[in-house]
Design a protein around this ligand. Structure first.
Ligand code: FNR
Length: 397
């Protein structure tokens, strides 16, 4: 009798779990500017609102999250010297810059991130609108919940990049690069640091599977006999398993030739890889450790940036990301060799809390902090930040 009861309870529990998993994913529909005290504090606000598995996927890092923490903490070891006798008015402070011929109102751009439908019902379409409002550039992930066509049409005339996770199936690579070109992407971000998914324990604990499909993969499945997984009901490792693993310089040449667009190679942490990528034809280098989501023992990106900048030696521009949460971090990255600085998770938090306007609020908060740092550090514009010397403890011994 007892045994039967237990069995019945177990079946009921299994069924109810099944119902929960099959239930439609409910994302935020929030719209409007958000009040931000600082970017780090947004995380707790979002956690209170969002599905646990989705939040874990967005926030989490690999293994012990050493790299995730180090990325932000490493900025604290670099100092900006206050400069006060250069006759700078606050109204002199100018954030405008250019990247690959694209005019930007700020040196802060958005890092490509998958599955933005987890954060907001309008997903990548709202992020694209928010970045346009901020006078910056939007980047669409291969694993986005919207197609290239949808984001291009959301903001006609506004620049966007397409981020490519090369597939093992070359027909997909050809299809997606031709879509990027057809709909006017200004460049291809070729990510090379995710040949296998980092071991992210939140996803393991939560048994996280994407509740929404990846629009570009679904669109390709409709017009081909490709039987690959298209996101919905899959874990990130299953998706990465379909992506290309053995990268060589020839892949960079291939993507350049196939797309006819500038190629930005993303996921560079070593000067050697930077040099190899440039020799293979990369039009820009994106210094990143994927926000601490891949190799947990990797160094913080701000610590490797100066050595990479030295090897790059201005042959191509440098994008920098991972751990940027303050205007001072943007300043320090630019002063260490970056040309533009990208932000990841906080953009998704802004998207969750305020849709397109929330995304713009995140950029404006960073702009505000950056302007104050520029004024107090004696740099009127991006070029002057880039010429600023940063100090470390070694300078004071
Ligand atoms: C990412 N990132 C990423 N990168 C990429 O090239 N393609 C992608 O699809 C994704 N997807 C993705 C999803 C989520 C939820 C996160 C948080 C990150 C990495 C991203 O572009 C960027 O490198 C990091 O997010 C930067 O670190 P911070 O700013 O989040 O610390």
């Amino acid at each position: 009798m007892k045994h039967t009861l237990l069995k019945t309870t177990a079946i009921a529990m299994a069924l109810s779990v099944g119902v929960v998993q099959a239930a439609e994913y409910k994302a935020s529909t929030a719209e409007g500017p958000i009040k931000i005290v600082n970017l780090k504090a947004m995380e707790a606000q979002v956690e209170a609102n969002m599905d646990k598995g989705a939040f874990g996927y967005i926030r989490g890092g690999a293994e012990d999250e050493n790299n995730l923490r180090a990325n932000t903490r490493a900025f604290d070891k670099k100092y900006i010297m206050p400069r006060s006798l250069q006759g700078i008015e606050f109204s002199d402070i100018n954030l405008k810059t250019e990247f690959l011929g694209i005019k930007l109102d700020t040196p802060i751009i958005q890092a490509p991130m998958a599955a933005q439908g987890l954060a907001h019902q309008q997903g990548e379409v709202a992020t694209a609108k928010g970045m346009a409002k901020a006078g910056s550039i939007f980047s669409l992930s291969t694993y986005g919940n919207k197609t290239i066509k949808e984001v291009a049409q959301a903001q006609p005339g506004y620049p966007f990049f397409f981020q490519l996770y090369m597939s093992k199936n070359d027909a997909f690579n050809q299809y997606i690069l031709s879509q990027a070109k057809q709909y006017g992407a200004k460049g291809i971000i070729m990510t090379i640091d995710s040949s296998v998914g980092g071991y992210r324990e939140d996803d393991v604990k939560n048994n996280f599977q994407f509740p929404l499909g990846f629009a570009n993969l679904e669109a390709f499945a409709k017009i081909s006999d490709d039987k690959s997984k298209t996101g919905k009901g899959s874990g990130i490792s299953e998706i990465y398993a379909q992506a290309k693993q053995a990268f060589t310089p020839a892949d960079i040449q291939y993507v350049k030739k196939m797309s006819g667009l500038p190629v930005i190679v993303k996921g560079i942490e070593s000067p050697e890889d930077a040099d190899t990528a440039i020799k293979a034809g990369a039009d820009a280098i994106w210094v990143s450790n994927h926000g601490g989501r891949q190799l947990d023992s990797a160094p913080a990106t701000i610590d490797v940036l100066p050595a990479i900048a030295k090897v790059v030696n201005k042959r191509v521009p440098i994008v920098f990301d991972s751990g940027v949460r303050r205007g001072s971090h943007v300043f320090k990255a630019l002063a260490s060799g970056a040309d533009v600085v990208a932000v990841g998770r906080p953009i998704l938090y802004g998207l969750n809390l305020g849709g397109a306007e929330g995304v713009n609020s995140v950029i404006q908060q960073l702009n505000k902090e950056l302007r104050i740092n520029m004024m107090l550090g004696g740099a009127r514009n991006v070029k002057e930040i880039q010429a600023t010397h940063l100090y470390t403890d070694a300078d004071f011994k």
